[in-house]
Design a binder for this molecule. Sequence first.
Ligand code: XIL
Length: 340
Amino acid sequence: MKLITLLLGFCYCLSAQDANLKDAVKFPLGASVNPRMLNENEAYRNIAKEEWTSLTAENHMKMMLIHPAADRFDFTKGDEILDFAKASGKRMHGHTLVWHNQVPQWMKDFQGDQKAWEELLKNHIQTVASHYKGKIAGWDVVNESFLDDGSLRPSLWADHIPDYIAKSFQWAHEADPAAILFYNDYGQDGKPKKMKAILDLLTDLKRRGIPIHGLGLQMHINVDSKRNELQEVLDKSAATGLKIHLSELDIAVNPKNNPDFVYDEKVASAQAEQFIFVFKSYQKIPAAQQYGITFWNISDKDSWLRGYFKRPKEYPLLFDDNYKRKPAYSSLINSLHTSN
Ligand code: XIL
């Protein structure tokens, strides 16, 4: 009898070790990926294949890369990611049609009246959305339109096209009527003016019958982000009734880029608790509104916080520099099991 109990316990431990996070949740789980890494790095590719049910292109569907010249679109790399996603049975999420960042030089140099700017943006949105029509579940149509004080961020689009957000959603919807269309932004926690501006935008768009279906919360947070503030953002977001996507999750542990920082067990376990909080709070959103959770990058090694922000001692994800699952991975699974 004792032996059987021991054996059962042993099997349970083994299965808990082998369990996949994607099987412990009822919503799509994803990561942003880079085609070069998918080609060159086997460990990265395996995680991309095995761990997720949804993928986002980290960069290759953005204006700068997909529309390099006025009369030329380059879908090669975006298509490569899409083919990889489809071949392994995953959902593909589109990111992003309109943003103030990663804009090609020819757009920055463009001269024209309002009508010409509208034609440029409409052509961009509709060519890209038509190319991926029926192949992509949803689009981040407009990304990061507001400043922290809630004012509209000055950009090529805000400066030349009045009401560019609403127009962008309409143009995207015309090109791919079945796609789920998102407004996507970051850093609403602790910034009530920014949050209010976003909610006001959503209310206004819905009142005017503009096709908008989802709100993307990027969730570039850190280990000290206040839970009551994060919870408030999630509650207010869910109250819109729209689909909610935690679209770019990472949890920074060394946000001030301290060169002497040590990622010890204490920090790692505080970070695991923060991951658990985010997942458990997300589970409380009505199932029909759960578009999914997407991590921004795969392992700590390829996190944009290290590359883009040049923070070498940053460890924001669930896989370590050797593409191994971190302890937070199984803590998360265990906590989700016990909460079911
Ligand atoms: C980042 C990429 O990860 C970097 O590789 C790139 O250099 C800059 O953009 N918000 C977004 C993402 O919506 O598109 C950004 O991605 C991260 C912040």
